[in-house]
Design a protein around this ligand. Structure first.
Ligand code: 7RM
Length: 635
């Protein structure tokens, strides 16, 4: 039991050392003591990064839903497993107990079987943040079907591409979704997507908004009528440790999205163990991660990690801005949230609206705050720390990726001293390395380089679905015997890591390597600035020059823009040096972002290059409408 819950900085170092000196012994002990197995493993780990091939807990048999549900029934049957907060602030929240969730998952699993879904089949899930989303994920896992959740904000084209890539037989969707004051016709999008998906033979439709949708005879089925006929018990499919659990798509810098494949046992062990420690999770906590289950953050830290630990996990259907920008804080107060995990982009958006709406609510239940998804700038970190955490709740800045399956670099709350903008130290079992361009490992502190991982961890993706060569090329070819993350990082004098951003965001100006993130941080310090993004564009003398897109807190029309430009460049000069000054500054109403809040510098780069005619498909953006405005006002 000793190493499952780390409670001090000394203990972190001690457990970390153990996990590095004897990884197999360490993970074997964790796996042995905290999970339910139908058969134990013969071998904890075998690996070869040259192939690449990684296997954890080979020979073991289990079902992850037995760990999420069945094993809690005797001790936590009446405890809330999922706390559903609907879009409508006046609609009641729904408390789904472990017993009820077990029954709903079993019924759903039987419904899947009744439509011919078997172990190994791929099922595409395209649902809003309603309980059926978590239930359908677990139902797939219960019968050994491989779920592939597609975020329900993606377009029909994006959806059909993903369905075809993994050859899904079934799509699970709803008649529509609520998003603030709007409704979205999800079923219409599915219908459009399926015109190009000959492999899909059934569609299950959950009722959410009661819109009068078209049902295609022989293909579309109302979920409820299948559930009405289904038994409330469903024996688990016994899975091998390395059997596929899910595929989740993540966009690469070029080409098709990559279907990252995660397998069963290692993913379960690592998502559960990180959840417990990164959020200092305790039995009566009410944990809320604001991500969508359409992203890896939702898979690992709304569904699997919390449920394996028997936690209460909140699912929020709505948006941070409805009915006003105080919604998050209202929910924290209402459900006495203890851990709150969100993205820096959300923090900045909320900070933009000041603290009035924060002060209206009692946030004293909060114990741990988390961030994920992008580097958090200094200003946002302090705003979060002061206004939400009241300087009492540690902020865990968690760095990880779809590919890593779980959190990799993070503070352990109440143990690791935090430092603004630093993800701090590797989690237990994680062996990071910083590499220079020539492939040499940088062993000192106070260096920056490309972030790699030297040794396998249990939840790493095993391949890209249908394209192992691309998996090898993307992650295991840049540096020998290392997993390459695609990110740059620096290590400070005490060994803390700060993720500086994608390496492809590095711009070389007059021979100087400039990361976009520190320049953006400097710009964002200006009190009139809400957000900014930097790209390089070709320059006769410097090789590259810098182009800044800057969004102001108010529309900025009344301001003297030339003066603002001067002030911004002065700040950059002060913080980084004149080398990082911007040649062009364009004021924008917004920056193009992915649905998970990452700024799409690729698009901004094209615009700065005067290649706006080659933007490609921008329909999957969160805010495609800002692109036209940016193109019109390009300098
Ligand atoms: C969990 C998730 C992965 C990329 C990753 C980074 C960036 C994520 C942080 C971060 C700085 C962080 N998966 N990233 N977390 N950068 N600090 N704490 O976001 O596959 O969607 O994205 O996100 O560049 O490579 S993801």
């Amino acid at each position: 039991m000793s190493n499952y819950h780390i409670k001090s900085f000394e203990e972190y170092f001690q457990v970390y050392r153990k996990s590095i000196e004897n990884p197999e012994g360490f993970w074997e002990e964790i796996a042995e003591e905290h999970f339910t197995w139908r058969k134990k493993w013969n071998n904890v780990l075998s690996w070869d990064f040259t192939k690449p091939e990684v296997k954890w807990f080979e020979g073991a048999q289990l079902n992850i839903t037995e760990n999420c549900l069945d094993r809690h029934l005797s001790t936590r049957g009446d405890k809330t497993a999922i706390l559903f907060e609907p879009n409508d602030p006046n609609a009641p929240a729904e408390h789904i107990t472990y017993k009820q969730l077990h029954e709903r998952v079993c019924k759903f699993a039987n419904a899947l079987k009744s439509k011919g879904i078997q172990k190994g089949d791929r099922v595409c899930i395209y649902l809003p943040m309603i309980p059926e989303l978590a239930v359908s994920v677990l139902a797939c896992a219960r019968i050994g079907a491989v779920h592939s959740v597609v975020f329900a904000g993606f377009s029909a084209t994006a959806l059909s591409t993903r369905i075809n890539d993994c050859d899904a037989k079934m799509v699970i969707t709803s008649d529509g979704s609520y998003r603030g004051t709007k409704t979205i016709d999800l079923k219409g999008i599915v219908d459009e997507a399926l015109e190009d998906c000959p492999g899909v033979d059934s569609v299950l439709v959950a009722k959410r908004i009661n819109s009068g949708i078209q049902m295609k005879e022989g293909r579309d089925y109302w979920l409820q009528s299948l559930l009405d006929d289904a038994y409330g018990d469903c024996t688990i499919e016994i899975m091998n440790a390395e059997d596929p659990l899910f595929i989740l798509y993540t966009s690469g810098s070029t080409g098709m999205p990559k279907g990252m494949l995660h397998t069963t046992a290692g993913y379960m062990v690592y998502s559960a163990y990180t959840f417990k420690n990164v959020f200092d999770y305790r039995e009566n906590d009410v944990y809320w991660c604001t991500a969508d289950i359409g992203w890896i953050t939702g898979h690992s830290y709304i569904v699997y990690g919390p449920l394996v630990n028997g936690a209460t996990t909140v699912m929020f259907e709505g948006v941070p801005s409805y009915p006003d920008f105080g919604r998050f804080w209202k929910i924290v107060e209402k459900h006495k949230i203890t851990q709150f995990y969100t993205a820096p982009t959300a923090i900045r958006a909320l900070a933009k609206h000041g603290t009035k709406l924060v002060e209206k609510h009692d946030l004293s239940s909060l114990k741990v705050l988390g961030t994920v998804g992008e580097p958090i700038n200094e200003e946002a970190w302090h705003w979060y720390n002061e206004n939400i955490g009241k300087k009492k709740s540690p902020i865990v800045d968690t760095w990880w990726q779809t590919e890593t399956g779980g959190i990799m670099i993070t503070p352990i709350p109440f143990s690791t001293p935090t430092k603004p903008t630093y993800a701090t130290l590797p989690f237990i079992g994680i062996q990071p390395a910083l590499m220079d361009e020539n492939g040499n490992e940088l062993n000192d502190n106070q260096v920056d380089g490309r972030l790699c991982i030297k040794y396998p961890w249990p939840s790493m993706a095993r391949t890209i679905w249908g394209n192992h060569q691309r998996y090898k090329d993307t992650y295991f070819s840049a540096f020998e015997n290392m997993y390459f993350t695609g990110d740059g990082a620096l290590r400070d004098e005490v060994g803390y890591y700060r993720i500086t951003g994608r390496v492809d965001d590095v711009i070389i100006v007059s021979g100087h390597n400039l990361g976009t993130a520190p320049i953006e941080d400097a710009i964002n310090e200006h009190q009139a600035v809400a957000e900014s993004a930097i790209v390089g564009f070709p320059h006769d003398v410097k090789g590259n020059a810098l182009y800044g897109y800057v969004t102001l807190k108010d529309s900025g029309e009344s301001r003297d823009q030339d003066n603002l430009r001067k002030e911004i460049n002065q700040l950059i000069t002060d913080r980084i040096g004149p080398i990082a000054k911007l040649d062009k500054i364009q004021f924008t109403n917004g920056l193009p972002k992915t649905r998970s809040g990452k700024i799409m510098r690729r698009i901004l780069r094209k615009i700065a290059f005067n290649e706006a005619d080659q933007l490609g498909d921008i329909s999957t953006l969160l805010n495609p409408e800002v692109v036209d405005e940016i193109i019109t006002n390009v300098i």
